[in-house]
Design a protein around this ligand. Structure first.
Ligand code: SF4
Length: 377
């Protein structure tokens, strides 16, 4: 079943490390909602009448939208697409938005999953990140959501930043476990170019991020969550058995999805469609009846490399049989040759026809995948 991703490009504050597409001005919020609805209509014939198994409101911070606006967008999706009765419908939220009133309003929509941008349970860390919420709000909103019946929750945490001692990281993980969230995404802080954090580091106002700290905290996370019954089903994602994120899992499995909103990406099973990451130009184009997207045509090599990159990061691993059937015997033979040194080093295993990362290998996931890539002649 296909998916729909809807990008809501508004945030209350700019987090220091963030390079997603957003604005802190809500001046054109109403126009944006109108444009998003219009884009859904303009793309109504995409996905070839497939059922929709997941809808994902990402951003930005979709929870800054009034509930009526979310309803308006969902109604437009329902009008043009056939949504499966048990579709996963996720909204990314920030703790400060999840008041009792907002949660009660959202409960009346078909949304059935919250992704809560928690990042840390420590105030000083949240201030350092320039987050809009505090630690009390981080815990309160999780309990409040659960009490209101939203038990399908995931929270985001960040590790590997200078303020985060191992002791604090342990507390963050244990707090998440104690709060009984069934799913957790954790990302090592990466310093993206042109962010406030990158500028501060360049000027010597912030220390550099340490790879050793990041690796140690990744291992701590992996082991603590495993002890608490979580499956490490993708490099950055952990869930209690069977509670995998449908929408994200489908990305990794190459399932088609529609991308709606500025900067959103779509995938039709062959090529990628990329919307312009500029709100003014997005609005202008949509209201001028032109889709603001560019097409990225994926070559066979691109598709192979994407398959290796995404599948290797998951617990299901990379299937040699699938490589043979979808790309041909030569790709499979080359892959088996290239994995040999990593298998000897204990970073990869080959069980039956499946290549998987070991715990040691997970520290080098992207680097190993890159070594297995096919190259243009
Ligand atoms: S709330 Fe999320 S999207 Fe918005 S600035 Fe912070 S990290 Fe970026």
């Amino acid at each position: 079943m296909a998916g729909i991703y809807i990008h809501i490009p508004f945030c209350k504050k700019a987090c220091t490390y963030c390079d997603f597409h957003f604005t802190t001005s809500t001046k054109y919020l109403n126009e944006m909602v109108e444009a998003i609805c219009k884009e859904i209509t303009m793309k109504k014939n995409r996905l070839e009448n497939q059922q929709i198994g997941s809808i994902y409101f990402g951003g930005g911070t979709p929870s800054v939208l009034p509930t009526a606006a979310l309803q308006q967008i969902l109604s437009r999706v329902e009008k043009h697409f056939s949504i499966s009765a048990n579709a996963e419908i996720t909204i990314e939220t920030n703790p400060d938005d999840l008041t009792a009133l907002k949660i009660a309003e959202l409960r009346k929509l078909p949304i059935n999953r919250f992704s809560i941008g928690t990042q840390s349970f420590f105030n000083e860390d949240l201030v350092w990140m320039n987050r809009a919420h505090n630690s009390q709000e981080a815990t309160d909103c999780i309990k409040r959501s659960q009490d209101a019946g939203f038990e399908n929750l995931t929270i985001d945490l960040i590790y590997g930043y200078p303020l985060l001692t191992d002791e604090k990281w342990k507390t963050n993980i244990e707090t998440a476990v104690a709060l009984q969230v069934p799913h957790l995404s954790a990302y090592s802080l990466t310093v993206e170019p042109k962010t406030a954090l990158a500028h501060a580091i360049e000027k010597g106002k912030q220390p550099k991020v340490s790879d050793d700290q990041s690796a140690a905290q990744f291992l701590m996370l992996m082991h603590t969550l495993a002890k608490n019954g979580f499956e490490h089903y993708e490099i950055s994602n952990y869930s209690l058995p069977g509670r995998y994120a449908v929408h994200n899992t489908n990305y990794w499995k190459g399932v088609p999805y529609l991308g709606i909103g500025p900067s959103a990406h779509g995938f039709d099973g062959c090529d990628r469609q990329i919307n312009i990451a500029n709100n003014a130009k997005y609005l202008e184009s949509i209201f001028d009846n032109r889709l603001p997207e560019t097409l990225e045509q994926l070559s066979e090599i691109d598709r192979f490399n994407e398959y290796v990159m995404t599948s290797l990061r998951t617990m299901w691993g990379t299937s040699v049989t699938k490589i043979t059937s979808e790309f041909g015997k030569s790709y499979a033979e080359q892959t088996l040759k290239l994995i040999t040194p990593f298998v000897k080093e204990g970073k990869l295993t080959l069980q039956g026809d499946t290549i998987k990362l070991t715990d040691e290998g997970k520290l080098f996931a992207d680097g190993i995948a890159a070594e297995l890539f096919a190259e243009n002649e």
